[in-house]
Design a binder for this molecule. Sequence first.
Ligand code: ADP
Ligand code: ZN
Length: 609
Amino acid sequence: MALSLLLLFGPSFLGPDKQELPYSKFLSAVNADRVTEVTLASDGKVDGTLKNGDAFTSAVPTGVGDPRLLPVLRQHVPTVKAVPATNGLLTTLLGLLPTLLFLAFFVYIGMMARRQMAGLGGALGGLSGPRTEVVERPSTRFSDVAGYEGVKQEVSEVVDFLRHPQRYAAAGAIGPRGILLAGPPGTGKTLLARAVAGEAEVPFFAVTGSQFVEVFVGVGAKRVRDLFADARRRAPAIVFIDEIDAIGQKRGPGGITNDEREQTLNQLLAELDGFDPKTGVVVMAATNRPETLDRALLRPGRFDREVAVPLPNRHERALILVVHTRNKELGDDVDLDVVARGTPGFSGADLANLVNEAAIHAVRDGRTVIDAADFDRARDRIILGHPGSPNALLPDEKYRVAVHEAGHALVAAYSDEADPVSKVTILPAGTALGVTQQLPLDDRHLYNEGYLRDTLAVRLGGRAAELVYFDEGSSGAANDLSTATDLATRMVREFGLSPEIGPVGYPASGPGHLGTTLGAGRPYAEDTQRVIDREVSRLLREAERRATDMLSEHRGSIDRLVERLLESETVDGQDVYAITGRPMPGQEERVDAAPMQAAASRLTVDPGH
Ligand code: ADP
Ligand code: ZN
């Protein structure tokens, strides 16, 4: 076997005059499936063979790796090998033997892994493959991140800490450790983390969660250990883990676990816990699915701070467009505010892409000045290129969503006991077309009847506004109806709030959703069921009547709020109350209570159908 391997791989080491490819050429050859074999050295040197048999060399820039490289190689190159650093021809020749041993070892490990044997990490010793992280000293600054003033404010404490970790230590204060940036893809989470490193002038270690879990059991944990050891050596530093959900997902139910991920996650937790607060290493992680994360990650001292990075609003979109057109020439007919207005739901990355597409369009046309038509074309391309994107609302849909959300918000604002409205938006996010957010004045543990009735009316307020405005409902209220029905059912069945049923409680059995336990196993007679149904429907009808009456009476307020929503997409609670002329409850304490705690707020989310 050794001989055949020697014959097979010999040429790529011995070939005297290999062509040297720039990294970009190398990547494009890989992507074009023109590379049959690649050997990566841990110092970033690349040896390889092209399809036509030519040998070549290249080098991964900065000598420490490119996180995107491995997945691309895996996909496009039949044979990928990794070796320790090589220096010159002689060492190369001498290095051949260990290489062969390494390969044999690799095959061995592969076999073991297939046999589901865990705990090989130790056996791997120093061979954790090419480095996964990229270290840089970014020149990115907060000024490169357009908009998001609140978010920047929140992370600026990290900058301060990284600049003066010793000051914190002297005062006995524990600085920030783990910050979770949560938001849809392309909203600038990576950019923001890099800007924190740039502002603090510290090294930035970037990894992607998936890099840790695609390998053999134990290796991911070792990589985490190495990464943090490196970061501590070069502290103060930022470690940025993109797609942390790949490592930190909730552990599977019923014992279905993935050993590799489990070990990697445990190692990450151990690293976070083991921080000496004085070292000045801050971990920033990004995810677009914070709800899937293992709770253990979010405990105090770990990622205990979550910063929401939402899609940019219209004003922020305009600012992002300004940043990305900085060194481009725009025609007189280009109004970036107009472009921003026409791109609801676009992320920062989408906008960067939009500008680039527009520029490409101009170039194809033989121009260097980008005009408004270029932007229009680019926008159409991007929207059509996102099939099924919930963001591309038709104008009449947008109008309907605005009326619907205005209904929720105004019913809340005109009701005496409902939670105060803090924000209304028709900016699509995820599957939601619109959202009305209410912030309770206190954490409630007890709900009185008036509050529950008002809550029902608010839930039905969206549909009520559609009825008042259009004389018909729409599918957009389906989610409201089902949550309202759930609540009304609990009021009747569990809370004893129906005079017909009386003070009887039939708690839903088990933690399951209400309704799932109804049917054959219900703990009451069929007649009782009929009364419950009647009472639930009465509560819902009454709530709907209250909402429609309220909204018909204040139709002018809907008009104004709808207008505001269409204009700026997001309207703050204060402005909603200003429209109604009613005082905002508990406003004194609330001013600048932002950034809002998602956990404490009540969201009426209207998903599309
Ligand atoms: P995420 O990590 O949230 O997926 P990125 O940070 O990778 O997003 O953003 C991708 C690109 O989008 C950035 O490199 C930048 O060009 C652009 N971008 C996103 N948000 C902004 C912003 N607020 N200001 C300027 N550019 C932005
Ligand atoms: Zn609704």
